[in-house]
Design a binder for this molecule. Structure first.
Ligand code: ADP
Ligand code: GLC
Length: 471
């Protein structure tokens, strides 16, 4: 099958979060199953662009309302990622350093989706399936099925994967002229609550919809930032497929970001060496259990609770543990986290910003990973943590619920709690500190976790089965 993934992120070209990791690995696993999967994404001005060789495969022009633009599609020559990787360049819109966060994001992603549809239309043989990811590519199913200029794509099957329904990309009807010409009675296929909502439109138009875990799918009918009735209505075409992780990138045995690699057999010494490096770098105490948080510092991740949790843990449990936070996001949360340093007695530190290399060292050197997420469609951090022998301490929600079993349950290996509340999280930290001191149990849990299989093999075939249901 020829599978075309369309996404705003793809690791290592451009990554903001887990979407990048998934789109950067799933296609390779689909190819290993004998298919022909490729990725099409915007041509940002990221480091990857300047360190690889490219060839121009297509040049054309299209229009965003009254504005005509030229676009160019380039292809990475060496197939370095294990799949064909295409970047779409639109001068003035996509030639930026960052992925998101610009005032004209609506224009940028509308133009990107129009250029992609325009290019697909020119293919001699149309793809077997067009697989769009999140709202940045969410208008494509509508464009393919309901706009005159792209009629040729009308019967190509489409799949939407929702990595996060919190973000929907909605914009006002005053921008309707950006969309290629369509019959106005089809307005309902774009609209949700008085706006053009690309995520809602994709849920309505795509042939199938998937979310990145089963539990998250279940939660969407009662908690999806306003789309609840839509999920209820469309549930017949929705299914949950849990993400896998790419062991080529995420394996402590051959992780290229680590200087001290380790395996299940050498986990104790291996992690100790990494912890030593980390503690030295951040002025922490090697002898205390180290709790880390890695991620976007936003309410969705429960990051706003961390300052109070850390403060309360020191108050109630004592200064028996260390915390290290890596992340960026909401400026208020960033400054609350930074302020905590004033109270540190060599037991708290942070790195505000994005740092891929540091994240690997943290998974490798930490004892526990905190994930008090309010919403977690899948979550990759807990999967990486487990592969690196770091015990996940997570809220029982979405993908966290589907991948972490509390150590109190049969064959359990993590620590879980129910509410994103300071009390519940602090209690989970208390349980973790207790576990840390039961050396034998702690070591066994580490080893068991490292041997769990969260590879892509199963999930990649589940996607293929879904595509095959169209034929
Ligand atoms: P989300 O996509 O919602 O942010 P995931 O758990 O799916 O959450 O994936 C987050 C990914 O982004 C992981 O690979 C994690 O290591 C990485 N990450 C998040 N924040 C940072 C950061 N500040 N520095 C480095 N890596 C980060
Ligand atoms: C999203 C979700 C996260 C998921 C990732 C990859 O960003 O917030 O839970 O793991 O996408 O699917």
């Amino acid at each position: 099958m020829q599978i075309v993934h369309i996404s705003a992120e793809c690791y290592p070209v451009a990554k903001v979060g887990g979407l990048g990791d998934v789109v950067g690995s799933l296609p390779r696993f689909q190819n290993e199953l004998g298919h022909d999967a490729c990725v099409i994404m915007p041509m940002y001005r990221s480091k990857y662009l300047y360190t690889h060789d490219w060839e121009v495969v297509h040049k054309s022009s299209s229009n965003l309302g009254h504005w005509w633009f030229d676009y160019t599609v380039i292809k990475e020559k060496s197939n370095a990622q294990g799949f064909h990787l295409y970047l779409v360049d639109i001068n003035g819109l996509l030639d930026r350093e960052k992925v998101y966060g610009y005032e004209d994001d609506v224009e940028r992603f509308c133009a990107f989706q129009i250029a992609v549809s325009n290019w697909l239309c020119s293919w001699d043989k149309l793809p077997s399936v067009v697989h769009v990811h999140d709202h940045h590519a969410g208008l494509i199913p509508f464009i393919m099925q309901h706009t005159y200029s792209f009629k040729r794509l009308e019967y190509v099957p489409t799949v939407l994967t929702i990595h996060n329904a919190q973000y929907q990309g909605a914009f006002g009807w005053d921008k309707t002229m950006y969309l290629p010409h369509w019959d106005s009675w089809k307005r309902g296929m774009l609209e949700w609550q008085g706006t053009i909502n690309p995520l809602a439109s994709a849920i309505k138009c795509a042939w199938k919809v998937t979310t990145v875990s089963n539990s998250y799918l279940g939660e969407l009918t009662s908690m999806s930032n306003g789309l609840e009735p839509l999920f209820e209505y469309e549930k017949g075409k929705c299914s949950g497929i849990i993400n896998g992780i790419d062991y080529k990138v995420w394996d402590p045995e051959n992780d290229k970001y680590l200087t001290e690699n380790f395996t299940v057999k050498t986990v104790s010494t291996g992690k100790a060496k990494n912890k030593e490096i980390l503690c030295k770098q951040f002025g922490l105490d090697f002898n205390k259990p180290l709790f880390i948080f890695i991620g976007r510092l936003v309410g969705e991740k429960g990051a706003d609770l961390l300052p109070k949790v850390i403060y309360d843990s020191f108050q109630h449990i004592g200064r028996k543990m260390n915390f290290l936070i890596l992340g960026s996001g909401d400026p208020e949360v960033e400054s609350a986290v930074s302020l905590l340093k004033n109270f540190s007695q060599g037991d708290f530190n942070e790195y505000i910003g994005y740092n891929e290399q540091l994240s690997h060292l943290m998974y490798a050197g930490a004892d526990f990973l905190l994930m008090p997420s309010r919403v977690e469609p899948c979550g990759l951090n807990q999967l990486y943590a487990m592969k690196y022998g770091t015990v996940p301490v997570v809220r029982r929600t979405g993908g966290l619920k589907d991948t972490v079993v509390d150590m109190g349950e049969r064959d359990g290996y993590g620590i879980t709690f129910n509410h994103a509340s300071v009390g519940d999280i602090t209690h989970a930290i208390y349980r973790s500190v207790e576990l840390y001191h039961q050396k034998e149990t702690f070591n066994n849990i580490r080893k068991n976790m490292m041997e769990l299989d969260f590879s892509w093999s199963r999930s990649a075939s589940e996607y293929i089965q879904l595509y095959q249901s169209f034929y």
